[in-house]
Design a protein around this ligand. Structure first.
Ligand SMILES: [Zn+2]
Length: 222
């Protein structure tokens, strides 16, 4: 049986990166990757800054234990609910400080910067429910509809994507966007991008392959 060594190592590396970036302090977050009908997920109580591949367990899509000595995170249902609903490949959940703060005061983080289109635009805040409950998992999945990120009231933030790196990048982007909003809101009323402006960003990003590197234009390929 595969124990998904590569995926577990990648998760451990992602957790350490999130800790280094200040998005997770101690055990306050969890990361998972889906491989077909299996999910590699961080164990409950694992400290992110020193997390290793042995702190990652394997479950099936019903949450039943497949491999690993440690019990999966108490937010297992949150992760599984996202995989079942959206077919994503990776989920990152943090209690990152600014995203959590913003989720205390708004019902939705408005689209205040065009890079937020990478998250799907405005980011909804899922209503509060006790951690580890099916109610929380349901509320967060609903807030993620059509989005790759959501804030969780009085709790934290979550992102999901087609790869682990993308989910981590989006968690970092979300924290950046929340920081931007917080700073702007402390000076005045932040301007939002209109629906038409957001649409134009998508058109332009598609035309210019925004976010990926390309060879420089030379005499030969001009
Ligand atoms: Zn949490």
């Amino acid at each position: 049986m595969s124990t998904f060594d590569e995926e577990r190592s990648a998760i451990a590396m992602a957790c350490r990166r999130l800790a280094e970036a200040g998005l997770v302090i101690g055990t306050a977050g969890n990361v998972s990757v889906r491989i077909d009908d299996r999910v590699a997920i961080t164990a409950t109580g694992a400290r992110f800054e020193e997390l290793t591949a042995t702190d990652v367990s394997i479950v099936d899509l019903d949450g039943d234990h497949v491999w690993g000595e440690l019990q999966p995170t108490s937010e297992l249902d949150l992760h599984l609910g996202i995989y079942r609903r959206f077919g994503s490949t990776a989920v990152v959940h943090t209690h990152s400080p600014v995203a959590t703060a913003v989720g205390l005061v708004v019902d939705e983080l408005p689209c205040v910067h065009y890079q937020m289109l990478l998250l799907g635009g405005a980011v909804r805040v899922a209503p509060y429910a006790t951690f580890g409950t099916p109610e929380l998992a349901t509320a967060v999945a609903a807030a993620l509809e059509g989005r790759s990120a959501a804030l969780m009231a009085n709790h934290g933030a979550v992102t999901h994507a087609g790869s682990l790196q993308a989910a981590v990048d989006q968690a970092l982007l979300l924290e950046w966007a929340c920081t931007l909003y917080w700073r702007a809101a402390s000076m005045g009323s932040p301007r939002h991008l209109s629906a038409a402006e957001q649409e134009q960003v998508v058109v332009q990003a598609t035309a210019r392959h925004y976010g990926s590197t390309r060879p420089a234009r030379t005499e030969e390929n001009r």
